[in-house]
Design a binder for this molecule. Structure first.
Ligand code: GAR
Length: 212
């Protein structure tokens, strides 16, 4: 059984989708053992508690230095003994020591087709504002491994979304969320099944679903 820790900063709709997918059997061989947030006000914490999943808050405000926060974050994670760390709207830069300790075991979801509209400063609604401002006709969702560089780790899965002319930021976000809530549980399931392999060239190969 894959031990999954989900890290959140906000509303937690992706956390909810993963919890629901475990409950309804779309994710098998995996359990969410803890939720960690940097933000004590995150609604995602309520979602965890409502689901009986332990939630921990590790906030930079409580530490004198960034290094001390990073260390506390890593200690909290290690205590949960995760096999997989799922970043679900976690808006803190992942400390290098954490990447090192969990290389290719940390996944992130980003609300665009990487490498478009990603990197420093691109998160949440800002991504959708940028896509609409540029007038792209297609955007989408990317699930990738986290590495030392924002949004640059090996890509596991992507799904495209054609943009309709009358959409505003809220409409676009809502359609993106609908895709995320399917794609992220699918990616967790592929990992739980051991079908995801990072190759030497930094690309990801996915084994086909075994015949039933
Ligand atoms: C999601 O749309 C996710 O893709 C995005 O934050 C949102 C969190 O929503 N993440 C990023 O922008 C990371 N760069 P949620 O809290 O409702 O799951």
């Amino acid at each position: 059984m894959l031990r999954v820790v989900v890290m959140v900063s906000g509303g937690g709709t992706n956390l909810q989708a993963i919890l629901d997918a475990v409950d309804n059997g779309k994710i098998t061989n995996a359990e969410v053992v803890a939720v960690i947030s940097n933000n004590e006000g995150a609604y995602a914490i309520e979602r965890a508690k409502n689901h009986g999943v332990p939630a921990f808050v590790v906030t930079p405000k409580a530490y004198e230095t960034r290094d001390a926060f990073n260390e506390a974050l890593l200690e909290t994670i290690k205590a949960c003994k995760p096999d997989l760390i799922v970043l679900a709207g976690f808006l803190v830069k992942i400390p290098a020591a954490m990447i090192e300790a969990y290389r290719n075991k940390i996944i992130n979801i980003h609300p665009s087709l990487i490498p478009s509209f990603c990197g420093v400063g691109y998160y949440g609604l800002k991504v959708h504002e940028a896509a609409l401002a540029r007038g792209v006709k297609v955007t989408g969702v990317t699930v990738h491994f986290a590495n030392e560089v924002y949004d640059c780790g090996p890509i596991i899965a992507q799904r495209a979304l054609p943009i309709e002319e009358e959409w505003d930021v809220d409409t676009l976000e809502s359609h993106i969320h609908d895709i995320e809530h399917v794609l992220y549980p699918e990616a967790v399931q592929m990992l739980a099944d051991g079908r995801v392999h990072v190759l030497a060239d930094g690309k990801v190969a996915i084994d086909p679903v075994p015949a039933a």
